[in-house]
Ligand binder design. Structure first.
Ligand SMILES: Cc1cc2nc3c(=O)[nH]c(=O)nc-3n(C[C@H](O)[C@H](O)[C@H](O)COP(=O)(O)O)c2cc1C
Length: 379
């Protein structure tokens, strides 16, 4: 079995196995991909400050968020149609979440129902809600999430309209998944994926269909506003996380609105090509909201060191999207286990290099002075 030693291995192996249209759906971004590259570059430009001789023999990566202990400081970001990466991918992700004790975002556009995912993830599933423009439909999904036992709802707010992703468009990628002549050629060129997917059945938007109505991925969600947020805050008494925030004023308003956590994210560069790097927004938002507001971060994280950078720059917890999708595409359950071990070990090694023994003590003090200045955290 091919080995994954780093994100690049998972991506390369996934690229080999997946039809071009599926690879481009996962890997793609808005516009020419500049925004996604800017997220990566901004993370590269963050430098850490190693410290020595602190006796770092015993190190803890456990942290606490939303009133729960988490064994590791990262989780799996919500992604629609994960079973495109590999048949059964959703269940593999849920099993990983349960066995490692890491949160798993279950998308409105998931390819396994939110009820099945809650049952499989051992209390680690968080339901991610897209507002489709219809409050009754949102209320119905919230009621299903509550009935299924979810404790945390993630409302994604950075998709008022779905971003144009030319790599998907060129391949004719659509959801629900449909095959035209060029997709048939694509599938024929990737027989391992095609045969296993044919065998297990075409991935579907499993939260919809029949009595649950339809979901159009491309439909406008532009009607979401602050009034909708108040409505959802009223309707959902569990933890409420707002995902896709890049502006300090918005973050302050969310804090006043009583949300439990804010997820700084540029949707992995999939929405607004010209958006500022999400890691810069994280620092600005942390400065605005103060030390106590729980802030989560995703977009562009590819390694344990990247996670350490996000935590040092102000996040309480981190999420990764594409890396988990590629890990499951590349190696199924084994790929996920390997990649999680890599992140865990990279975080632990980075902590040692920084002279720290507890992930909860990671702070801006771990950033090199020039980086602190760049993020306007002072010296
Ligand atoms: C294939 C794919 C599907 C996604 N689907 C959703 C989704 O349904 N809901 C959502 O809130 N975010 C979705 N996202 C965004 C992720 O939750 C996350 O913000 C992003 O992947 C983080 O960036 P990264 O991929 O660089 O780690 C998706 C991302 C990818 C790659």
């Amino acid at each position: 079995m091919a080995q994954i030693h780093a994100f690049d291995d998972a991506r390369r192996l996934a690229r080999r196995r997946l039809p071009w249209m599926v690879f481009d759906y996962i890997d793609g971004a808005a516009g020419d991909g500049h925004g996604e590259a800017a997220n990566r570059q901004a993370l590269r430009d963050i430098h850490l400050q190693p410290r020595i001789l602190n006796n770092v023999e015993h190190r803890s990566l456990a942290t606490g968020i939303l009133g729960r202990r988490q064994a590791l400081p990262f989780g799996i970001a919500p992604m629609g149609m994960c079973n495109l990466a590999r048949p059964g991918a959703d269940r593999m992700l849920a099993a990983l979440a349960a066995s490692r004790g890491i949160p798993l975002g279950v998308s409105t556009a998931a390819s396994t129902s939110l009820e099945e995912m809650a049952a499989a993830a051992g209390g680690q599933a968080w339901f991610q809600l897209y507002f489709s423009g219809n409050r009754d439909a949102a209320d119905a999904l919230i009621a299903r999430a509550r009935a299924a036992g979810y404790e945390t709802l993630v409302l994604t707010v950075d998709v008022p309209e779905v971003g144009r992703r030319p790599r998907e468009l060129r391949r004719g990628f659509r959801m629900p998944f449909r095959l035209g002549p060029s997709q048939i050629i694509d599938c024929a060129m990737h027989p391992r994926w095609s045969l296993s997917t044919l065998w297990q059945g075409r991935p579907e938007l499993a939260n919809f269909g029949g009595r649950f109505g339809e979901f159009d991925r491309t439909s406008s969600r532009a009607g979401a506003d602050w009034d909708l947020l108040s409505h959802i805050r009223e309707a959902w008494r569990g933890n409420l996380v707002i995902k896709g925030v890049l502006d300090p004023e918005d973050a302050l308003r969310l804090k006043s609105a009583g949300v439990d956590a804010i997820q700084i994210s540029s949707h992995g560069g999939r929405q607004l090509n010209g958006a500022l790097p999400a890691i810069h927004a994280l620092a600005a938002i942390r400065r605005a909201v103060g030390a106590d507001m729980p802030l989560f971060y995703d977009s562009g994280l590819r390694s344990g060191e990247d996670i350490v950078k996000a935590l040092a720059a102000g996040a309480d917890f981190a999420f990764l999207g594409r890396p988990f999708s590629f890990a499951v595409a590349a190696g199924g359950t084994h790929g996920l286990e390997q990649f999680t071990d890599i992140l865990q070990s990279e975080i632990s090694i980075a902590l040692a290099q920084l002279g720290l023994t507890d992930i909860r003590n990671l702070s801006v003090a771990a950033l090199a002075p020039a980086t602190r200045e760049m993020l306007r955290y002072g010296h």
